[in-house]
Design a protein around this ligand. Structure first.
Ligand SMILES: [Fe+2]
Ligand SMILES: [Fe+2]
Length: 271
């Protein structure tokens, strides 16, 4: 019989404590709580998937990100992780899920990077008081931001030496390739904006379209900062890892390129 423990205190929408952390929960209790509109899927997801390599791999990435950044605010990171777990494990019928599967089977570091950028983007969105639905949407757009790289030969993406001009042009096409892959599924525009615009820069120096400031969607501005921040947490063949404080310093110096308000929000998150 299914039985697990509550991973955290569970409240109803009025803030009344329904189940205390570590309380034993059965499937019947989950069904009753679901009827009240209270979701307990996380325990259920863990139980259902715990032996699958995809689950183990994804959970290892999620947990190791939390350890690397050393968050003080555990409620914030666990609420974001909960949304991420539902994006990865509860969305298999969604048209975009095939790309998450593709990322997980392509290159380990690219999948890790995609998950980390999704977590960082959702942390910033949560701090900006986005609704749960809006946080989920930026989380989906962010986990998909580099899917265009699935269409670029592995030996170019994996190359540790500097790329030649032809290879650079090819890699830069990942934004448009990613957007065209998603376009056929008639997905919300906000996912497409993130995929297409995450290498734009506020001063117009980015690619593919040299957009400036408000021409770049707010969600893409968040993901572009998250993408740079993840340089310090994930291995990437053609860049050295740097500490998180150095990355923030770099984002501060590049104040013409990145929203300084978004950088400040991230600083609040890790404070
Ligand atoms: Fe990218
Ligand atoms: Fe990226």
């Amino acid at each position: 019989m299914f039985e697990t423990n509550a991973k955290q205190d569970i409240f109803d929408k009025h803030g009344t404590l329904l189940l205390a952390k570590d309380y034993k929960i059965t499937k019947d209790m989950i069904a009753r709580l679901n009827k009240l509109g209270i979701s307990l899927e996380i325990s259920d997801i863990v139980e259902k998937n715990k032996n699958s390599p995809f689950f183990v791999n994804s959970m290892t990435i999620i947990n190791s990100f939390e350890n690397k950044i050393e968050f003080k605010n555990h409620n914030l990171i666990s609420s974001v992780n909960k949304i991420l777990i539902s994006i990865i494990f509860e969305s298999k019928k969604e048209p975009w899920w095939i790309f998450i599967n593709g990322l997980s089977n392509y290159l380990e570091w690219l999948y890790t990077h995609s998950i980390n950028v999704s977590i960082i983007s959702m942390l910033i969105a949560k701090q900006l008081t986005y609704s749960d639905k809006a946080i989920r949407n930026i989380g989906i757009g962010a986990i998909l931001h580099d899917i265009g790289k699935l269409l670029i030969p592995k030996d170019i993406i994996q190359k540790t030496e500097e790329l030649n001009n032809f290879e650079k042009t090819l890699v830069r096409q990942h934004c448009e390739l990613g957007m065209h892959s998603l376009e056929t599924y008639s997905l919300p525009q906000e996912y497409l904006d993130i995929v297409l615009q995450h290498h734009e820069r506020l001063d117009g120096s980015g690619y593919p379209n040299g957009l400036k400031e408000d021409e770049i969607s707010l969600n893409a501005q968040i993901v572009m900062v998250a993408d740079v921040i993840d340089a310090c947490t994930t291995y990437c063949p053609n860049r050295a890892s740097v500490g998180i404080r150095d990355i923030i310093k770099q984002l501060r110096q590049d104040n013409a390129k990145y929203s300084q308000d978004i950088v400040s929000i991230f600083e609040e998150v890790i404070k």
